[in-house]
Design a protein around this ligand. Structure first.
Ligand code: ADP
Ligand code: MG
Length: 456
């Protein structure tokens, strides 16, 4: 029996699902009296096939050949000349491998490693080199410390080195929206297929967004299990530890905890200096050492602000046609800092939370064209009540404020707030366009505000 016939027979005896998922690129590299060697596209697939289907494949081959053979697996050596000869049929395109867009600037190369992020960096590297080895990988840390950068770096590296693996990156919010759309279109089958079957590496960002969204957590739990059982890598980022996702479905939290949990912290000044230089490099603006030191010294905590400052310096230098020097850098950075302090006065976490809440409230007022007093009044006017309900919903889902605190802030009792949130959730669930648009508009206003706050 020649190699092609053997492969065809093997295919007919293996379930279609397994074949499509794992063996579609399989080839018979060698077949003789005692031995069959099957070639697989890469080490990752080879390991999984060996482990999960090795004995089934062997039994099947023994049946087909009607003799006992040793079955081994190898990663394929691509012999182009031979390929050309054997190849007669039309060119069948592989499925598109790129399932998401990745920021090509966020790579391992452009990531500066220091003590604060070294564990996260090396774990992410490992996840891209040996997907499935540390599963899941859970990276947590404050805003602006490089979590998203690392997830994209994993994706970019895999695209470069193992382009046959399918990588999907998305935020937990995207996941939820996709799920909602699929429920509305009664097409959950396709949704599940999309996440559980056609993905080799799933990168989910900002998972804390799912706090309080139980049905989405359950769906993620099943998605996770399905990928995990097939040995496919899952990488999760969050601004909290798994433990701090206290209201999460405990089954999901325990899944998060069973892999590798790593923290990413604020970089020290030395690392910030190097990051500043790297960021300037990326946008082709020359900054001298003293400017980089000045930035590193004065901008800490959130690296997005460092990036914001560098973008400002770049603009300034473009507009004036002058290179960035320490004097101009100081002027720009100082005014950004001052502007920011006046605007936000956030020195402590509590103050920052207050600002976020005020930004949200203002956005709601703006959207519904209401005055603050009206929002807090006892008015039962439909429009005011609706604005209040949406605000309560966003306070819970976007700012993770506890029900009792929302009740206190809005001067309502606990059960009214509970009811308000449920009502909006329901409204979204059944696809109410007016509610959805109102919320989207409010979030857009918040987003614009945030850009202003975040610049330094
Ligand atoms: P997070 O997802 O944790 O909020 P991001 O990944 O969005 O943070 O990072 C914020 C910005 O800082 C991005 O522009 C990112 O490229 C940059 N950044 C963060 N950490 C580093 C690092 N170690 N080296 C270089 N750039 C970094
Ligand atoms: Mg992020």
């Amino acid at each position: 029996m020649n190699k092609n016939d053997l492969l065809e027979k093997l295919k007919n005896n293996i379930s279609r699902e397994t074949w499509n998922n794992w063996l579609s690129d399989c080839s018979v590299e060698l077949v003789n009296e005692k031995e069959v060697v099957l070639g697989l596209s890469n080490i990752f697939v080879k390991d999984k096939v060996e482990k999960n289907f090795g004995s089934v494949i062997k039994d099947t081959l023994v049946d087909i050949l009607e003799r006992n053979v040793e079955v081994t697996f190898s990663t394929k050596t691509i012999d182009n000349s031979k390929k050309k000869e054997e190849y007669t049929g039309p060119l069948i395109k592989n499925r598109p491998l790129k399932l998401s867009d990745f920021n090509s600037e966020y790579t391992f190369k452009s990531f500066i490693v220091g003590e604060s992020n070294s564990m996260a960096f090396h774990s992410a590297m490992e996840a891209s080199k040996s997907p499935g080895k540390y599963n899941p990988l859970f990276i947590y840390g404050d805003v602006g410390l490089g979590k998203t950068h690392l997830q994209h770096a994993i994706a970019n590296r895999i695209l470069e080195h193992s382009p046959d693996l399918k990588v999907k990156y998305l935020t937990a919010e995207d996941f939820m929206n996709d799920m909602m759309d699929s429920i509305r279109a009664t097409n959950m089958e396709a949704f599940r297929e999309r996440y559980r079957k056609t993905v080799d590496i799933l990168l989910i960002d900002d998972v804390q967004f799912l706090i309080g969204k139980n049905s989405v957590q359950t769906e993620l739990f099943h998605t996770f299990n399905s990928l995990f059982n097939m040995g496919k890598q899952v990488v999760i980022c969050s601004d909290r530890t798994p433990e701090e996702l206290a209201t999460f479905n405990p089954r999901l939290v325990s899944r998060f905890e069973m892999g590798l949990v790593v923290n990413i912290q604020e970089p020290d000044e030395g690392t910030r200096y190097l990051i500043a230089k790297k960021m300037a490099d990326l946008v082709s603006v020359q900054i001298t050492d003293d400017v980089a030191h000045y930035l590193a010294e004065n901008i800490n905590r959130n690296l997005r602000r460092l990036r914001g400052a560098i973008m400002n310096l770049m603009l300034h230098s473009k507009v004036t046609g002058e290179p960035v020097n320490l004097t101009s850098a100081k002027k720009i950075v100082d005014s950004l800092i001052r502007m920011n302090m006046n605007k936000t006065k956030y020195r402590t976490k509590e103050a920052f939370e207050t600002i976020k809440l005020n930004t949200l409230i203002n956005a709601v007022l703006q959207k519904f064209n209401l005055k603050k007093e009206e929002l807090y009044s006892n008015s039962r006017k439909k429009e005011i009540a609706n604005a209040r309900q949406i605000l309560a919903y966003l306070m819970k889902t976007k700012l993770n404020i506890q029900l009792k605190d929302i009740a206190e802030a809005l001067k309502r009792n606990h059960s009214t707030i509970n009811h308000a949130i449920k009502k909006i959730e329901h409204s979204l669930m059944i696809g109410n366009k007016v509610t959805k648009t109102s919320i989207d508009d409010i979030l857009k206003i918040v987003e614009n505000e945030k850009m202003n706050i975040d610049i330094v």
